[in-house]
Design a protein around this ligand. Structure first.
Ligand SMILES: N[C@@H](CCC(=O)N[C@@H](CS)C(=O)NCC(=O)O)C(=O)O
Length: 78
C-alpha cells in the first residue's frame, strides 16, 4: 500500500477541490499536513518538493503538485 500525504492549508481553494474529491471517493488512506499549522511540515514540503505550493500530494515520498494532476492521480489510483 502506498503512503499518501496531502500538504495543504485551510482556506486554500485548490486544496479544498482536492479534499472534496478525497471525500467524494470516501478515501481514508490519506494523511493531511497543514503547512500553516506545522512549521516542520512546511519545511518538509519545501525541502522535498522544492517550492511552497499547495496542494501537493506526496506519493511514497514523491511530490505531485497541481490540484488537477492530483485529482487525476487519485481517480486512477483508487
Ligand atoms: N495551479 C495550482 C495552484 C495552487 C496555488 O496557487 N496554491 C496557492 C495556495 S491557494 C499557493 O500555494 N501559493 C503559493 C505558491 O504558489 O508559491 C493548483 O491547481 O494546484
Amino acid at each position: 500500500m502506498m503512503e499518501l500525504v496531502l500538504y495543504m492549508f485551510d482556506g486554500c481553494p485548490f486544496c479544498r477541490k482536492v479534499i472534496r474529491e478525497i471525500e467524494a471517493e470516501g478515501r481514508d488512506d490519506i494523511k493531511f499536513c497543514d503547512i500553516h499549522k506545522s512549521e516542520e511540515d512546511r519545511r518538509r514540503l519545501i525541502s522535498v518538493g522544492g517550492k511552497e505550493q499547495v496542494p501537493c500530494l506526496f506519493i511514497d515520498g514523491n511530490p505531485l503538485y497541481e490540484s488537477d494532476d492530483i485529482i487525476s492521480w487519485l481517480r486512477d489510483n483508487r
